[in-house]
Design a protein around this ligand. Structure first.
Ligand code: ZN
Length: 475
């Protein structure tokens, strides 16, 4: 993103309020394109692929941020009845993409290149609109009927191509996959509709609708400068001058709103920056930001500095920076890092009490839940870990991380069936039913477990077997 010139937007003009033109919304009636069952099957295959992708960013803070931002936007759209899953891919190129099954992938390059939160929210809102308007399902359904049995293969080809356009095109170099990929690029009509609905979502969710416009203008300018190296985003979302003009036209009458970015937007960007380069370079960068006062949020630079210092095992120095940040800004991300640093510095019991007090303030914050569960296991308290994690899996039954931790807690307690069962649930929630069945069979053979546990495991096994055989019958 450093290549792309900064667009200075200094137009503070008072503009009269707008009346949004209401075009018919295509979202509700279009579930006919793919059945729920077909879409679920595709989603399973895609999830498996996403989780095994080397670019998949296993960072619960960034994932949580994207999902919170995404659900705030989705609640303003007709996609609100669907489960949307946002995930990050470690990739410096500027891209975001929607997949069948409600998955939205975001490249770290996009998060880093957004100049404010409304820009990032604008791109996510546009992708949510592609989903709420069923653009992907419509494109897939338009394909020849004989393609339908291979929908899963198709979706994976699209994922490979989208998540890494350079390697992807080589990896899926079959003529069919390439031609499908090109047919699955959004049409101009789809783009225009996603822009229009995306702008409404953005406005209703309380962001600055100009975020979409400033971001697209910058992309378009970059595209002109770097002809052969267009940002990835433009390959799947063709951006014409007409489109940009349409967006700007819609914004003409929108009232100017100064929107403050969330603290987490800055913390997430600092977190990504702290992971890049060598720790030494990152430390220097954040120290320079702080001393030269060149930071949009000083607490974020302190947070990044603490993370980079922790990479060098300088936990005491890291906590000193973090405490300065905690005094000036409030966020569960800061409290989570404090508990983590104390644990890594060799004080697990202090870490545990920090997790407990942070969870009493932010009981729903996933990274704290994971951190607390893991530190109970690592500090030799499997009984407490089991109690805490099983209550959490009731609240979040599709969370494979929680199930995997619960499996560890049960294993530490010598519960064989319960451990395999939790492992099986983890596999199932990642869409891998064959692996789930393998685990549950191991559990049922283990010879422990009471009547209730055994019959629950058997019921689950039947359920998965039925799903798998109905999928197999269709192929
Ligand atoms: Zn698009």
């Amino acid at each position: 993103m450093r290549k792309i010139p900064t667009l200075l937007l200094g137009l503070l003009i008072a503009i009269p309020p707008c009346t949004a033109d209401q075009l018919p919304d295509l979202g509700e009636s279009s579930r006919q394109y793919l059945t729920d069952k077909q879409e679920k099957e595709i989603a399973h295959d895609i999830m498996r692929d996403i989780y095994s992708s080397p670019n998949f960013l296993r960072d619960t803070e960034i994932e949580t941020y994207l999902n919170n931002l995404g659900s705030r936007l989705a609640s303003e759209s007709t996609a609100r009845t669907r489960t949307l899953t946002f995930f990050a891919l470690q990739d410096p190129s500027i891209n975001a993409f929607a997949l069948p099954g409600g998955f939205i992938g975001v490249h770290t390059g996009l998060i880093q290149s957004a100049e404010n939160e409304s820009e990032l929210a604008g791109v996510l809102a546009h992708e949510i609109a592609h989903i709420s308007q069923e653009h992907l399902s419509r494109m897939i359904a338009q394909q020849d009927r004989s393609y339908l049995p291979t929908l899963a293969a198709l979706a994976i080809a699209v994922l490979a191509a989208r998540s890494n356009a350079n390697i992807g095109s080589a990896a899926i170099a079959t003529a069919q996959a390439v031609s499908i990929q090109s047919q699955l690029n959004f049409t101009r009509e789809h783009e225009r509709e996603a822009d229009r609905i995306g702008l409404d979502i953005l406005t209703n969710a309380g962001f600055d609708p100009r975020g979409l416009s400033t971001f697209f203008n910058r992309l378009q300018r970059a595209n002109r400068l770097y002809d052969n190296n267009a940002p990835e985003y433009l390959r799947t979302h063709p951006l014409s001058s007409q489109r940009v003009a349409d967006i700007d036209g819609r914004l003409e009458n929108a009232p100017y709103k100064q929107i403050r970015d969330s603290n987490e937007f800055h913390f997430v960007r600092a977190r990504l920056a702290a992971m890049e380069d060598t720790p030494e370079d990152a430390i220097k960068r954040f120290q320079d930001q702080i001393t030269q006062k060149k930071t949009p949020l000083e607490a974020a630079s302190r947070y990044g500095l603490a993370l980079a210092l922790a990479r060098k095992n300088k936990y005491a120095d890291a906590e000193k920076e973090l405490m300065i940040a905690i005094k000036s800004a409030e966020s569960p991300m800061l409290l989570n890092l404090q508990a983590e640093l104390r644990t890594k510095a060799g004080n697990p019991s202090q870490g545990i009490s920090l997790y407990q007090s942070a969870l009493s303030r932010y009981p729903q914050y996933k990274p704290l839940i994971y951190g607390y569960g893991l530190s109970l296991i690592l500090s030799g308290q499997p009984q407490q870990a089991r109690a805490f994690l099983s209550s959490q899996t009731i609240l979040w039954p599709d969370d494979s991380r929680l199930w995997k931790m619960l499996a560890r807690a049960h294993a530490a307690l010598g519960h064989k069936l319960a451990s395999h069962r939790a492992e099986a649930e983890a596999m199932a929630s990642e869409g891998n039913l064959p692996a789930a069945l393998e685990q549950i069979n191991l559990g049922l053979k283990a010879g422990d477990g009471d009547f209730y546990e055994l019959s629950a495991a058997e019921a689950r096994r039947r359920e998965w077997q039925e799903t798998l055989s109905s999928e197999a019958n269709k192929k």
